[in-house]
Write a protein that binds this ligand. Structure first.
Ligand code: SF4
Length: 332
């Protein structure tokens, strides 16, 4: 059974300046044991999309009719859009679905020990005694490579190093055996060595627990190392998606090509980095037509600024929404 099915998700926020579109008609699926990368610059809508799954967006969020998020939990298909109360959400938040953040201090209360927080979460979501919850928590800390776990269990978050806190947060997120883990920029704040360790750890855990992971990042390099498939987002829309090896080797959309050209080339360190020109527009000034046309090097006036390109299949498990790609395929 498909673990997560997101279909036509459209989400707007009511703000003092007016209603802004944060997520626009987003669709994707995730199977158990699969890692999907959600990539894009800040403001692309990737975190808002992921938070929609756990209904963690603020109260001014308005979901458009027809938006669908379905989660397979046990043998049941749960309609996440219909979950309203915190009691309804209990099955999803911290139980079947866990989320880890860029800054682990956001996940831990500063005045409660790591161990007490892990135990409390287990008692809330699992049918176990306090002793069993304590034993499992220490075991999870050990599993994520924290040395002297019984000692760390009794410490506060501020007493741990950055890398250790990140691992403790992963241990806490995994202790309830979630079916889906949402990792929002989990390695961005870490130095490169620890980043590599955390990525390896997450890969091991997917293999061991068979869970699905949504990995949110602005870094396509990290996605190339971790994910099976990827969705590239820009101003709330998925503009390209598919198997990682297809998208990275043969990027079709000018924005994805731009993101890849902005990565350093280890084989040619003298090659200049060419970042995508300009900045992502404010959602209050959302461009008409293709949302990327204000920065696109091959935009066609009169077409790209007027019509919205639709997703087209451009290769095995590979789709993109771009008129230039469409024209090229028609011509060949
Ligand atoms: Fe560029 Fe037009 Fe393609 Fe958008 S649809 S990416 S503006 S060529």
């Amino acid at each position: 059974m498909t673990l997560l099915n997101v279909e036509n998700l459209t989400l707007e926020f009511d703000t003092d300046e007016g209603r802004i579109t944060a997520v626009d008609n987003v669709s994707f699926t995730l199977e158990p044991g699969e890692v999907m990368g959600l990539v894009g610059e800040s403001g692309s809508g990737k975190s808002v999309t992921a938070k929609s799954i756990m209904k963690l967006n603020p109260e001014n969020a308005v979901y458009a009719p027809g938006s669908k998020i379905e989660l397979a939990i046990g043998n049941e298909q749960i309609d996440a859009m219909s979950l309203k109360t915190s009691r309804d959400m209990k099955v999803v938040r911290g139980g079947a679905v866990s989320m880890i953040f860029q800054e682990p201090m956001a996940s831990f209360a500063p005045a409660i020990t790591i161990g007490d927080q892990m135990v409390e979460q287990l008692l809330l979501h699992k049918n176990m005694t306090k002793k069993e919850a304590s034993n499992l928590s220490v075991e999870m800390l050990e599993r994520v490579g924290i040395s002297d776990a019984p000692k760390r269990f009794k410490q506060y978050a501020f007493e741990l190093s950055g890398g250790m806190r990140q691992r403790a947060m992963i241990a806490m997120a995994l202790s309830t055996s979630p079916k889906l883990l949402i990792a929002d920029e989990p390695t961005t704040a870490l130095d490169v060595t620890i980043q590599a360790q955390v990525i390896d750890l997450m890969k091991d855990l997917v293999a061991e627990f068979g869970m699905g992971i949504i990995f949110i990042t602005h870094d396509l390099g990290v996605i190339a190392q971790t994910a099976d498939k990827v969705a590239v987002m820009y101003l709330g829309r998925i503009i390209e998606q598919g198997l990682v090896r297809e998208v990275i080797r043969t990027p079709a959309h000018p924005y994805t090509q731009g993101l890849l050209h902005a990565l350093p080339n280890l084989e040619d360190l003298d090659a200049p980095l060419t970042p995508v020109p300009g900045d992502i527009p404010s959602p209050l000034e959302r461009p008409r037509g293709c949302v990327f046309h204000t920065r696109c090097p091959v935009a066609m006036a009169g077409r790209c600024d007027a019509e919205v390109p639709q997703m087209q299949n451009v290769g095995p498990d590979h789709w993109t929404a771009c008129f230039a790609v469409e024209d090229q395929r028609m011509a060949s």
